[in-house]
Design a protein around this ligand. Structure first.
Ligand code: SPM
Length: 301
């Protein structure tokens, strides 16, 4: 963590998203609908090399982090996303020892990964050190709580480049791609070449990849397209989802992938240990997350 300091240039653009005390999300990926949150106080509004960053305290959702006009986390419901994108692959993987987090600079996924005592090495590749700095400054007691864990190696850089150059040698047991949406810096993380790099970096025996998989209600075409593009790369391609009120349409999905046909993706391979302090994930919800509505199951099952 040392050496990363908050250093944003001024940005006014996100203030246009706050009108009469209400923040309204940019709706580029969900035309015709807009989620709004009542603002108590704007704490930060600036621009990093990669994106606009806004932090505000809200009236009913706690502190909120917004990147490029899109809500990334609110303190009230972030645990649903962070626990599910972390514990679905970590509990499905029979023996997770080495984990890669892609993105995740706010620290929430890292907070969950460190709860697994069997994990020996955690690599996190985040392109924007300013998201880490913002997490450290504004979410230090809620999300950015594990940056001092001795198992962590932080890589500030482009995950696509990192995986191409270093991935094959790593043999990760779990890869978690905690990306923002495919508009701006995260676009590359939804391309087939990036999935190929994750496949090459994954342990072929028992390894599990999970990626932020957008929303069944809004992005079925995108989900179907990505699943089609990667169908020859993995022995198993499954889709799961979680509920979360502050993401568009109240839910977000995950692509859950393995090169190993024998890994059971939709069930935990171990019991939840005492003291993990989980608020959303459970053995039952692990299985339920893979049960899709019949309208979607034919495309994503
Ligand atoms: N560690 C939390 C980072 C959140 N990353 C995912 C954000 C996705 C935001 N957009 C959701 C749109 C879903 N259709």
């Amino acid at each position: 963590m040392s050496g990363i300091t908050l250093n944003l240039t001024p940005s006014d653009s996100q203030h246009t998203l706050i009108e009469k005390g209400w923040f309204g999300e940019k709706e580029a990926m969900w035309p015709g609908q807009k989620f709004c949150i009542e603002v108590k106080e704007v704490l930060l509004n600036g621009r990093s090399q990669f994106q606009d960053i806004l932090v505000f305290d809200s009236v009913s959702y706690g502190r909120v982090l917004v990147l490029d006009g899109v809500i990334q986390v609110t303190e009230r419901d972030e645990f649903s996303y962070q626990e599910m994108i972390t514990h679905l692959p970590l509990f499905a993987c029979p023996n997770p020892r080495k984990v890669l987090i892609i993105g995740g600079g706010d620290g929430g996924v890292l907070r969950e990964v460190v709860k697994h005592p069997g994990v020996q090495e955690i690599h996190m590749c985040e392109i924007d050190d300013q998201v880490i700095a913002v997490g450290k400054e504004y979410f230090r007691s809620t999300m950015s709580t594990a940056y001092d864990d001795p198992r962590l190696k932080l890589i500030i850089g482009d995950a696509a480049k990192y995986l191409l150059e270093e991935g094959v040698a790593q043999n990760y047991d779990v890869i978690i791609c905690d990306s923002s949406d495919p508009v701006g810096p995260a676009d590359v993380l939804f391309q087939p070449a990036f999935f190929q790099s994750m496949q090459a970096a994954l342990n072929p025996v028992g390894g599990v990849v999970i990626t932020q998989g957008e929303c069944q209600w809004l992005h079925l075409d995108l989900i179907r397209k990505v699943m089609g593009e990667i169908k020859d790369m993995f022995a198993q391609i499954k889709y799961a989802y979680t509920t979360i009120p502050t993401y568009p349409s109240g839910q977000i999905g995950f692509l859950v992938l393995s090169r190993d046909g024998s890994v059971v993706l939709n069930q935990p391979s171990r019991a939840v240990a005492e003291g993990m302090n989980l608020r959303y994930y459970s053995e039952e919800i692990h299985g339920a997350a893979f049960v899709l509505p019949s309208k979607f199951v034919c495309s994503c099952g």
